[in-house]
Design a protein around this ligand. Structure first.
Ligand code: SAM
Ligand code: SF4
Length: 457
């Protein structure tokens, strides 16, 4: 990408604020949008009130995200005037891709809409918006758009999101993602390795490889999945910690489990979305595995990596879910012993097959199931954390605890949040991005706590 691609004098010195909703892929897309705006000479603002450009990077996986976007967009109208005298509001991400022009009609203060593969147009669209009052909309898939070639404004110097593929081919019946993010498209392996090698040189210690279904990485490009090979190659770059998400159970190959077990930098944490414990519901969801397949997979993973942290996504209240189906989900959660789970109440997404399925379970009953599931997850998470009592765990420090600036906060290899008091005389800021050993003295449901041992490294 040539430097002239970012030469828009009207954008120079404009202040910008980006609010991101949804998944890690959106967080990463926002880092690319910031990178483009920085390259155009824009300056990041701390609040929308201080910004000439306000961008919402949206998610449409659940309905609540639509409502939040509309609320936040309208609330901009009551802000004082923008520093430059004109405020341009832009919407990117999945809602932008899904609704396009319609957003301009629905939200009268929005001027720019750019779809999920139009990030390379963002500077041009914003520049036009400052120069005219015409709405600026691009949602067509641009085969030349390679967001990974755009400048990148990373939120943290020690961690980087690395997309290895975009899109999804799975069409789970409840899910809108394949309709707004398109089909699977894998990046070349050499390209990913070059990127991670460059990141290591700049001091990055942990990468998270991103894709909707990383286990099928490479299938579209090489004719067969090559995720295990990718993990091994990333492990050779010298990066200290490798994480990845998301992993579809139907595509988790034995060779990938071997790579997780054998590559020292791959962290002992697997996010393996189950969605439901009932084979009947899994079939209606088009997940293409049964309850038994999933539990068998969990057992095989645990045989190879005994202390692995297993996390998951679960949907409660899928159309037609009965009490018996839900009981299967509860029992699967207990057997799988998840260390954490993202639990969601089913949200009807127009255009998906599940949106046409009969759905008459009362809302209160679904809420009650959801609460019961949360209790089970709390139990399994609490039990999981007890295993680390008395252990010394290496913690990658992220900063200080929100509640207490004298306690540092970071992540263990198993992705547990860990707290420890900052030793006397040490500036907590100097520990960010360092790995410190913490002897665990307390193990609660959602965090571990202890004392720092030895020197930060
Ligand atoms: N590709 C990832 C996978 O399959 O593991 C998931 C991506 S999706 C953005 C994240 C999670 O949102 C899904 O795993 C699912 O639990 C949840 N989700 C997706 N569509 C949903 C819907 N219509 N209602 C409620 N939850 C939904
Ligand atoms: Fe959605 Fe299923 Fe694809 Fe995940 S695998 S993004 S849940 S369709």
């Amino acid at each position: 990408m040539s430097q002239s691609a970012f030469s828009y004098p009207v954008l120079s010195q404009k202040t910008y604020f980006i609010r991101t909703f949804g998944c890690q892929m959106n967080l990463h897309d926002s880092e690319r949008v910031s990178g483009v705006l920085d390259a155009c000479g824009c300056l990041e603002a701390a609040e929308p009130a201080e910004a000439d450009i306000v961008i919402f990077m949206t998610c449409c996986v659940r309905e609540a995200a639509d409502q939040r976007l509309y609320g936040q967009c309208s609330s901009l109208k009551s802000l004082p005037a923008a520093p430059s005298g004109k405020r341009v509001v832009a919407i990117g991400g999945c809602i932008a891709q899904r609704d396009g022009e319609r957003l301009i009609d629905k939200l009268d203060n929005v001027q720019v809409v750019f779809g999920t593969s139009a990030i390379n147009h963002v500077a041009e669209l914003l520049a036009h918006a400052f120069e005219s009052d015409e709405p600026q909309v691009v949602t067509v898939e641009d085969p030349a758009c390679d967001a990974t070639a755009l400048p990148w404004h990373r939120e943290t110097p020690y961690h980087a999101w690395v997309p290895i593929m975009t899109g999804c081919n799975n069409f789970c019946t409840y899910c809108i993602v394949p309709y707004v993010r398109g089909r699977e498209k894998s990046r070349p392996i050499e390209n990913i390795i070059d990127e991670v090698t460059g990141l290591v040189r700049t001091g990055v210690r942990e990468v998270t490889l991103l894709g909707q279904n990383v286990n099928s990485y490479g299938r579209d490009r090489y004719g067969a999945p090559r995720f295990a090979e990718l993990l091994r190659a990333v492990g050779e770059t010298g990066i200290e910690r490798i994480r990845f998400t998301s992993s579809h159970p139907k595509d988790l190959l034995p060779e990938t489990i071997d790579a997780i077990a054998e590559v020292p930098a791959v962290m002992p944490h697997l996010h393996l979305a189950v969605q439901s414990g009932s084979t009947r519901i899994l079939k209606l969801m088009n997940r293409r595995y049964t309850r038994e397949d999933y539990l068998d997979l969990v057992q095989r993973v645990r045989e190879r990596v005994p202390h692995i942290a297993l996390t998951t996504d679960i949907i409660v209240g899928f159309p037609g879910e009965t009490e018996e189906d839900f009981a299967e989900t509860l029992s699967l959660a207990r057997v799988a012993r998840f260390s954490q789970a993202f639990t969601f109440i089913y949200s009807r997404r127009a255009g998906t097959p599940a949106a046409e399925m009969p759905d008459d379970t009362p809302r209160e009953r679904i809420q009650d199931r959801f609460d019961r599931l949360v209790h089970v997850i709390e139990d399994t998470a609490h039990a999981f954390n007890q295993q680390d009592l008395g252990q010394v765990v290496p913690v990658l420090v992220e900063g200080v605890s929100k509640k207490d600036s004298h306690r540092l906060q970071g992540k263990s290899p198993k992705n547990q949040t860990v707290h420890a008091p900052v030793p006397e005389g040490i500036d907590p800021g100097s520990l960010v991005g360092k790995i410190v050993d913490v002897e665990v003295q307390t193990a609660r449901t959602w965090y571990l706590a202890g004392e720092m041992r030895g020197e930060p490294r």
